[in-house]
Structure formats: structure tokens, C-alpha cells
Design a protein around this ligand. Structure first.
Ligand code: CTP
Length: 403
């Protein structure tokens, strides 16, 4: 394919080099159209070496070749990464004051954009309206995702990972892009770790970061779903464009999930739920006893939320559980998963392996999805964003009754 990669002036431009490389290594002819601002962030020689073609920037170069329309006319696919708030605004208004604007206007090829900007700019009403305009015109968005931004801050606005941009762009070009297959659907996601208080200053918690659940909520939103996120303790910011309900304890999570699940087509229980809570919560801070004396905590079992909501009548609604296991082999993981899905009674179970160093705070994940009969229906690995997308593909197909 002849692919135009548009690069605009944001810090994430340095990562666009890997987008170009991914497309070239996949066998495509890549032509870079960089804005003047983009070249302040990444050098022309790098872009030319990696793309193996001349980089185009100037509207007034090679005018005899009518380049301002020729590049767009020849393109089979246009990928803009990063797409700044400014570029998104220009695209939404059909502005053509630079070569990239002309190229997009002169093309009938699919356009995939990977926005990258600070959270405030992404959430600004102007940007939100511009993004809606682009979406309604059939322009595909990859990301932005939630994570570390340029400075010390973190939030939504980070450019999607280059591999994810390449995969989604090629899928869009081949007509198999995820599109908006959850349009009109309501999706409920629980995420993060519950905390059970011992006294006003202490709790029993777990190491869940909530990243995979947040990635699922974002991916469902991007596929057109109306999303509710029930957030227990998260180590990452909550996403924009979804309804967020905060909870702390398993009892609060049970109440919120029981109230919300009946109104949602798909419920994904990605939260790490405390199985036990202290038998009572002390009113004041528990004081240290005499030196050397032991302290015994008495715990009682919490209700099993997933089993509870799975047991309710729910025609047409899907319920999905997660299970993080410290299995020593893939076979053991699946065996544990089969026993768990039989016990919980949900429709699907997403399995992954965790350990002292794997699974929790990482950006990557590797999962196996079982259906209610214990058969493996998906194995996926990669960034939590791409894994979320692959997982949702299974449920979107199941909701529409596709094989
Ligand atoms: N879960 C739940 N309520 C609980 C415990 C777990 O709804 N009290 C849900 C989790 O959100 C997850 C799934 O059940 O979707 C599996 O969680 P997991 O902790 O693996 O299951 P447990 O039944 O607690 O089994 P284990 O003995 O392995 O901890």
C-alpha cells in the first residue's frame, strides 16, 4: 500500500518514527508529510532514512507535480501520528494552509489519527467537538490513552503505542478495523482494588492498579458504547467520556454493581475484590500493644459479587469475570480458570498470570479467555490497550450473535 504518515508538532512526534518503521517493515511504501512544527521535534534525515522516501513539508515545493493534491490522491491510507489539538481543529474545519491539510482534503483514503496532547487540551470543549466532527465523518481514532504525559503529570492524552497505531491503521485499511461495533450498547466495567478498613487510618488492600479495567472502559467507549466505570482504588486517572462511580469496599462495589448491571448489555468485572474484611472496624486508631505482643485480625468472608450477579436472570446480557492466578504453567492457568468459571457461573472468564513482578503495575498483559464451557476463545498479549481491544472483539461479536 501507499501510506501517507502525517506528523504534526507534538513531543510524541519522536514516537512516530516507530509508526513509520512498523509500516515499512510490514512491506508498505511510506511517504511522510511533516508539518514545519513536527520537524522541530524530529529530524528530516531520521524520517527519510526510516521511511526510505523523501519527506514532504512545503506546499510550494515541486509545484509542477501539483504535489499538494498528488500525495493525497495516491494514498491508500493516511495515518496522522501524533495528531495535535491544533491539527485536529484544522482537520475538523477542512483547513488547508499546509501540505498535510491539502493532502487530507485531496484524498478519499481512510484516515486514522492518533491524538496526543495534555489532558486539559483533550478535555477542552473545542477539542471534544472537533473530535466528534471527525468521528462523524468516518475518521478513525486510535487513543489517546491514559498514562504518563510529557512532564511529571499523567492522565488521558498520551499517544497510543506505535505498535497499536500500526495494527489499527492496517486493520482499518483492510476493512477489518474495530469500528463502532458497540454503538448503542451499554457497558459496565469494574476496575481497581477494593479496600477494607481496619480503623480510620488503615485498610487491607491489594496491588491491582486498575490499568486493564480502565483500558477496557476506554476501548469500549472508542467502539461507541455508553460506558459506566465502577472504580475502586485506581493507580491511574479515570478516563474521559465515561460515567465514573467511586467505591471503596467490597460491600460498596456489590451495591453499585447490583444496581448498575441490569441496565447494561455487558458487565466486565475487572476489579480485584477483597475476599475477606475485618470482622469489625475500630472507631479509633488501633494502638500498638506491648513490645513483642502479637496482633490477630479476625476476618469474615465477603459476598462473591460475580457469582451473585451471574446467578440473576439476565436474558441477552453478558457477564465477564477476570481471574489473576499465580499459576506455574499455561495448562495450570487454564485448569484453574475452568474450575473458577464453573463456580462463578459467568459467560466468559479472562485469565492472566500474576506474580511478585508480573501482572499488576505493568503496561503489558497476556490473557486467555474462556467461555462458559471452559473452551479457550481468545489468547492475546501486548499493551493493556491492545489486549482490551482484542477482548472486546469477542464480546461485541457475542452480543451481535456473530460466530
Ligand atoms: N470477585 C467478586 N467478588 C468477590 C471476589 C471476586 O466479584 N468477593 C470477582 C472478581 O472481580 C473477578 C472474579 O470474581 O472478576 C475472580 O476473582 P478471584 O479473586 O480470582 O476469585 P476468587 O473467587 O476470590 O478465587 P481465589 O480463591 O482464586 O481468590
Amino acid at each position: 500500500m501507499n501510506i501517507v504518515v502525517g506528523i504534526t508538532g507534538g513531543i510524541a512526534a519522536y514516537k512516530a518514527v516507530n509508526v513509520i518503521r512498523g509500516l515499512v517493515l510490514a512491506g508498505h511504501d511510506v511517504h511522510v508529510v511533516a508539518t514545519e512544527a513536527a520537524l522541530r521535534f524530529v529530524g528530516r534525515p531520521t524520517l527519510e532514512a526510516i521511511s526510505r522516501n523523501t519527506v514532504n513539508t512545503d506546499l510550494y515545493e515541486a509545484v509542477a507535480e501539483v504535489r499538494h493534491v498528488a500525495i493525497g490522491q495516491a494514498a491508500d491510507l493516511i495515518v496522522i501520528a501524533p495528531a495535535t489539538a491544533n491539527t485536529i481543529a484544522k482537520l475538523a474545519n477542512g483547513l488547508a494552509d499546509d501540505l498535510l491539510g491539502n493532502t487530507v482534503l485531496a484524498s478519499t483514503a481512510p484516515v486514522v489519527i492518533a491524538p496526543a496532547m495534555h489532558t486539559e487540551m483533550w478535555q477542552n470543549a473545542a477539542t471534544a467537538a472537533n473530535v466528534e466532527t471527525l468521528r462523524s465523518r468516518g475518521i478513525h481514532l486510535v487513543g489517546p490513552v491514559t498514562g504518563q504525559l510529557t512532564g511529571k503529570d499523567a492522565g488521558v492524552g498520551r499517544m497510543a503505542e506505535p505498535d497499536d497505531i500500526v495494527a489499527e491503521a492496517l486493520a482499518v485499511a483492510s476493512g477489518s478495523g474495530r469500528g463502532r461495533d458497540l454503538e448503542g450498547r451499554r457497558v459496565l466495567v469494574t476496575a481497581g482494588g477494593t479496600r477494607e478498613p481496619l480503623d480510620p487510618v488503615r485498610f487491607i488492600g491489594n496491588r491491582s492498579s486498575g490499568r486493564q479495567g480502565v483500558a477496557l472502559a476506554e476501548a469500549a467507549r472508542d467502539r461507541g458504547a455508553s460506558v459506566t466505570l465502577i472504580a475502586a482504588h485506581l493507580e491511574v486517572p479515570t478516563p474521559t467520556g465515561v460515567t465514573v462511580l467511586r467505591v471503596e469496599t467490597t460491600a460498596e462495589l456489590l451495591a453499585a454493581t447490583s444496581a448498575e448491571a441490569p441496565g447494561h448489555d455487558l458487565t466486565i468485572m475487572a476489579a480485584a475484590v477483597a475476599d475477606y474484611r475485618p470482622v469489625g472496624v475500630a472507631d479509633g486508631k488501633i494502638k500498638k500493644a506491648a513490645t513483642g505482643e502479637r496482633l490477630t485480625l479476625e476476618l469474615v468472608q465477603n459476598p462473591d459479587i460475580l457469582a451473585t450477579i451471574s446467578a440473576e436472570s439476565r436474558a441477552g446480557r453478558l457477564i465477564v469475570g477476570f481471574a489473576a492466578e499465580t499459576a506455574s504453567s499455561p495448562e495450570e492457568l487454564v485448569e484453574l480458570g475452568r474450575a473458577k468459571i464453573a463456580r462463578k457461573g459467568c459467560d466468559y472468564l479472562v485469565l492472566n498470570t500474576v506474580g511478585w513482578t508480573t501482572g499488576f503495575a505493568t503496561a503489558d498483559n497476556s490473557v486467555t479467555v474462556l467461555d462458559a464451557s471452559g473452551d479457550i476463545v481468545l489468547e492475546a498479549s501486548g499493551s493493556k490497550t491492545s489486549v482490551a481491544d482484542d477482548i472486546l472483539g469477542v464480546f461485541a461479536a457475542a452480543l451481535t450473535g456473530a460466530p
